[in-house]
Design a protein around this ligand. Structure first.
Ligand SMILES: [Mg+2]
Ligand SMILES: [Zn+2]
Length: 226
């Protein structure tokens, strides 16, 4: 169950304040008295064509199939200490092809398939609207990313957005995050069309995770130099 937005924002602000106090040495993040975790960096993942095989409007949980190196990629990201949030446009709901209950069943199956592979997602956020609704949550609009950031207390510009379509890359740009285009799903078409640029292009999610691992290493070295 999602937190009310105001409460989530307050929790996010508290988590950021806590991180500041940890950084200043006022709080010890390892101490038992510290209940609020420091903000982690998060990867915002597209679902269809990035995590699972692209189907034109996936409406049956039985049709959910993970892409070959998805589990390994997500495990790698988890091992790097990154938070994992899925942000997905599901206009099939708005089009009347399925109800939200069915979408929840699909997401429950996704989470249990990933759990069997040792992967835990921090959250799945979806837009149920049709494009014509001009809502604030359908990618590339940043509504869902903002909501996830408020609920989990992470910074949007510190995120890495991974997806196969221009809307994923444009979302990344909208929130000031780094972006990786994966060549799975519509990724090759997106790359060939050159309709949206990304910071990197990866063959699949495991390749993307390896690229991210390299970026984190560079960041750590840069901090040590300072
Ligand atoms: Mg996609
Ligand atoms: Zn929406």
């Amino acid at each position: 169950m999602a937190l009310p937005l105001e409460l989530a924002k307050a929790a996010g602000a508290l988590a950021r304040r806590h991180a500041m106090l940890c950084a200043e040495g006022i709080l010890n993040p390892m101490a038992a008295a510290c209940h609020v975790p420091c903000p982690r960096r998060f990867v915002l993942l597209d679902r269809d064509g990035t995590i699972n095989v692209e189907r034109c409007y996936l409406t049956d949980p039985a049709d959910l199939v993970l892409l070959p190196r998805t589990a390994a990629g997500l495990r790698r990201l988890g091992e790097l200490g990154l938070g994992l949030v899925v942000i997905t446009n599901q206009s099939a709901v708005g089009r009347g092809l399925m109800d939200e209950g069915r979408l929840q069943l699909i997401h429950q199956r996704l989470q249990s398939m990933l759990a069997e592979e040792g992967v835990r997602l921090d959250g799945i956020y979806f837009c149920p609207h049709v494009p014509e609704a001009s809502c604030t949550c359908r990618k590339p609009a940043p509504g869902l990313a903002r909501r996830a950031a408020a609920e989990h207390g992470f910074d949007l510009p510190q995120c890495i957005v991974v997806g196969d379509k221009p809307c994923d890359l444009l979302l990344g740009r909208a929130i000031g995050a780094a972006t990786i285009l994966v060549r799975t799903g519509y990724g090759q078409q997106t790359e060939a069309a050159g309709r949206a640029s990304s910071d990197a292009v990866a063959d699949d999610l495991l390749h993307a995770a390896n690229i991210i691992a390299g970026w984190l290493e560079v960041d750590t070295e840069a901090r040590q130099v300072q």
